[in-house]
Design a protein around this ligand. Structure first.
Ligand code: DX5
Length: 229
């Protein structure tokens, strides 16, 4: 049974580190472990120095599950593709504030499409860059690595930025999620939770866990649940 305490955080596997030949099995294993939110990391080789996957994988995940599909767009000018990702079955679209000249308009468009809106900022981007945009976002993603690759080391001063983000939201009377992504392990998740994050994305720590996916999910949940006790 999921109690009220464990609802205070949301654990989000990023399929970036899954075995794509067995993606359906990996998703099912997460679902069996109680996961109801996945992140799909779309990279274009321009905004970030890597290419991952695009719309067909979002469609395939949508066929595999009714879970919440959080599509993290690491692409230049994401406004070109919002409707296509919506049609593919995304529940939310997160854009990077650095990836478009018109983040205000793009966030509005995401909501017009009926999706939840996410706004990400890179480690080098100050929170002042999103101050006039926060009210248009259902989720603020504080990147805890430079985006592009799974398996990178967590940037150590990230919890400070998470705390600043949560404070800015509180002071503005906004209740958006604060999501962290990159190098999230049981240990780093705890420090981000204490700083005010409530949504934790992990790729390697779940899909590359030496004892398997279920063990990776359990380790993360145990760390966050103990922290709340
Ligand atoms: C951006 C990606 C990664 C990935 C997380 O590069 O968004 O942050 O999902 O990968 P891990 O959990 O392996 O750092």
């Amino acid at each position: 049974m999921i109690d009220a305490m464990s609802k205070r955080f949301i654990l989000v596997p990023s399929i970036l580190s899954a075995d794509f030949l067995k993606l359906g099995d990996a998703i099912q294993e997460c679902l069996d472990a109680g996961i109801d939110w996945f992140q799909l990391d779309v990279m274009d080789g321009e905004y970030v120095p890597n290419i991952s996957f695009g719309i067909p994988i979002v469609e395939a995940c949508r066929r595999a599950t009714e879970a919440y599909l959080d599509v993290h767009l690491m692409i230049n000018e994401p406004e070109r593709y919002l409707a296509m990702f919506a049609d593919a079955g995304a529940d939310s679209l997160t854009i990077h504030v650095e990836s478009t000249r018109h983040p205000h308009a793009v966030l509005g468009k995401i909501r017009e499409l009926g999706l939840s809106s996410g706004l990400a900022l890179n480690p080098g981007t100050p929170l002042s860059a999103i101050e006039n945009l926060m009210h248009l976002a259902d989720l603020i993603l504080v990147m805890t690595v430079n985006p592009g690759f799974a398996g990178q080391a967590f940037i150590e001063n990230s919890p400070r930025k998470v705390r600043q983000a949560r404070t800015m939201l509180d002071q503005a009377g906004l209740a958006a999620h604060v999501q962290v992504d990159g190098g999230i392990t049981p240990q780093t998740a705890k420090s981000c939770y204490e700083a005010g994050a409530d949504v934790f994305v992990a790729a390697s720590a779940i899909f590359q866990h030496p004892q398997g996916i279920r063990a990776g999910i359990k380790a993360m949940r145990d760390a966050l649940t103990l922290r709340q006790a």
